[in-house]
Ligand binder design. Sequence first.
Ligand code: RP5
Length: 163
Amino acid sequence: MKKVGIIMGSDSDLPIVQKAVDTLKFFEVPYEVHVFSAHRTPAEAKQFSESARENGFGAIIAAAGMAAHLAGAIAANTTLPVIGIPIKSGHLNGIDALLSTVQMPSGIPVATVAIDGAVNAALLCIEIFAVNDQALAEKLDAKRKADSANVLEKNKKIETELN
Ligand code: RP5
């Protein structure tokens, strides 16, 4: 199976990025995690993205806060799917990172998830891989069913307590 590359702009992003790592681990999808910054280590970010396809990656998650150019800078140097996670940090609470990540020019796509939406970033990568992997698609179905059952259980508890 291809790997997911998980890139974050700073190690301070790890508490959120960890949720993407945990999700990929749960689905037994291989990954590599790196700290590369579009601004502080642009050469390393470029080198990683230019060689990602030949290095066995099938998708890249890029997480960054504030003036978050990381996902776009990575997408500029690869045609692998890039999923951007805007990280909540600084005075603007992630709105800055959301707009910086989502507003890509035509031709260089970044699939942007919610602010701090690390679980969905990982799930999107898994869904992309599952297009050609029936076993992985079945695991996704099973997880959806388990999540639904969990919500129905909570509903039952609330209805019993409050009605
Ligand atoms: C961004 O700036 C990083 O992705 C991080 O979210 C934010 C703050 O970085 P640190 O100053 O904590 O390293 O580039």
